[in-house]
Design a protein around this ligand. Structure first.
Ligand code: SF4
Length: 344
């Protein structure tokens, strides 16, 4: 069955036309879903009984159900959800100084095989639909509403490579951006890619002002080849050129994500190589302390090492921030809770 969360407002107008309803019905349904947070069609009291019945017959609202929830001391909350077909996904709420940010999963598993990643332990089974991504945000938003809060930021950085599910992710951000919906500003949404160059090029022409993050995690091809198999297809020089084109076209700043792994990519020489790589790009580097995943043997860099790496980048005039650790007392690494559950 179709899911009602799968549509932008214009697409919902077309859907309503298909079931013989007027345009304004789409606006009403949209407002019920996203403004009044309705979780069933029967709540939509200003719609005729006939329309509510048509909606119930033709569309689902639910996309997922909660399996497990872990809350860390700092308020970071990890949700394990079951999709309709039984697939398990994770969603994370991070409470930041600037608002409530939700990290969304875009695929059931991931084929990119990054060596340090818990999600890469389990291969991709399928792409998530836009509705299944919207469903994650709506669930967390409904929880936050009980505290008088709402989701203000979205990052597509959970399990999966968003650009390997380009059309659905694109549709998802358009739905969240709808003024009569959740109205999450494009600049409050970030899509993270491990570097699928043709899709970065496509994204440059997309027109929506969402942020782009690149999971770089290495200062040179030798290390990146080992950590991220995608680098053997799209090497760092070609990636840099694609990012340069993206910045020239969009006039947007790019974020590089860099996980510090003990003895792998965290020396001062690596910091200098990284500074050289990003030189001349409008970007900043987000240094991320690693959350160890027991299955792969990588360790977290020491606090001294992380600080020295950061200072070296700053000394070389590179914009770099050290990401605060979130939820280190729960299964906070991307895909860790899901992997644990599935490997059981
Ligand atoms: S880091 Fe991202 S792209 Fe790489 S395996 Fe994990 S989920 Fe996939």
């Amino acid at each position: 069955m179709k899911n009602i969360y799968d549509y932008t407002q214009n697409q919902l107008i077309e859907e309503m036309a298909e079931i013989g309803e007027k345009k304004f019905r789409a606006t009403q349904v949209f407002e019920w879903l996203y403004r009044k947070q309705a979780t069933s069609f029967s709540e939509m009291s200003n719609l005729s009984l006939e329309l509510r019945e048509k909606l119930i017959k033709n569309y689902d609202i639910q996309t997922l159900s909660l399996v497990e929830k872990q809350v860390a001391k700092d308020g970071t909350t990890k949700y394990l959800f079951a999709l309709k077909d039984g697939g398990l996904i994770e969603t994370v709420l991070m409470r930041m100084e600037y608002g409530q940010s939700v990290c969304v999963t875009s695929q059931l598993g991931c084929n990119m095989g990054c060596a340090f990643c818990a999600s890469g332990l389990l291969k991709k089974q399928r792409d998530l639909s836009a509705a299944e991504m919207v469903g994650q945000v709506m669930f967390v938003n409904q929880e936050l509403l009980k505290e008088g809060l709402r989701v203000t930021h979205v990052v597509v950085m959970g399990t999966g490579e968003p650009f390997d599910n380009y059309d659905n992710v694109d549709r998802f951000v358009h739905i969240l951006n709808e003024p009569k919906g959740l109205a999450i500003g494009a600049r409050h949404m970030t899509i993270s890619t491990c570097g699928l160059i043709p899709k970065i090029d496509q994204y440059s022409d997309n027109g929506l002002q969402t942020n782009l993050a690149i999971s770089l995690h290495a200062p040179n091809d030798e290390i990146r080849d080992q950590l991220m198999p995608i680098n053997r297809v799209y090497g760092m020089d070609a990636l840099r050129q694609s990012i340069k084109n993206y910045i020239a076209k969009t006039n947007r700043r790019v974020t590089f994500e860099y996980i510090l792994l003990d003895g792998v990519n965290d020396s001062l020489a690596h910091a200098r190589q990284l500074a050289h790589y990003v030189h001349g790009l409008n970007c900043y580097i987000n240094l991320i302390p690693y959350n160890p995943v027991s299955e792969n043997g990588f360790q977290k860099s020491s606090a001294e090492c992380v600080s020295a790496f950061h200072q070296e980048l700053l000394r070389l005039k590179v914009n770099a921030t050290l990401r605060k650790e979130h939820g280190s007392d729960i299964d906070a690494a991307c895909g860790q809770l899901r992997a644990k559950k599935m490997l059981k």
